[in-house]
Design a protein around this ligand. Sequence first.
Ligand code: DC
Length: 225
Amino acid sequence: MSVYSVAVDGPSGAGKSTLSKAVAQELGIVYVDTGAIYRSIGYYIFKMGIDPKDVGAVVGALPMIRVDMRYSEDGMQHMLLNGEDVTEKIRLPEISMYASAVSAIPAVRDYLLDMQRDMAKRCSVIMDGRDIGTVVLPQAQVKIFLSADVEVRARRRTAELEQRGTPKPYAQVLEEMKERDWADSHRETAPLRPAEDAVVVDTTNMDFQQSKEAILQVIGRQLQL
Ligand code: DC
């Protein structure tokens, strides 16, 4: 097969990025983290002190924002915001809600659509997000919807934050995750939902290796490798 796309959607904390990264490495394809693009916009809005729910103000700021993606030798995706590398900064916990809020604005989604589609035209990708199988790449050869119970996702995220040196209590992580799940799946534009032809992979009772195998199996089956 020449160029193909794998769309991976699902709620936050389902393991999309870690798993997609590992699968990309195994298959020798490019991993595109679309959440990082929304986070970059969210970071700009945060830095400028703009209310992320103020649609007019966010839309007004868009012409001032240039987001670029670069890949380093090791395949790591770097985000450039008006030329500044913000790869680390966009992971700050307070940016999550900003990203979620700006991602609900249709003009923001339109603004980022071509950038995401262009990536998939150039090479084979595994792209993760919330609307990749439904809106960004409806023609993707493989569509996976990755899910897990919210308690399990919150536990994984709590461990990840602790490892990163920015710990947060489990109860707070759980509350925020529920809030973001609700916002991401109830917004009017491109809400989080499985595409009709997506294969649902529930990782609640799977460890990393099992989840990775499950994804590789779906890809192998769909591409008839
Ligand atoms: O995957 P993430 O947590 O880094 O994403 C941050 C936010 O961006 C998330 O709350 C929803 C939004 N998002 C989106 O709306 N569509 C995407 N394709 C990816 C992310």
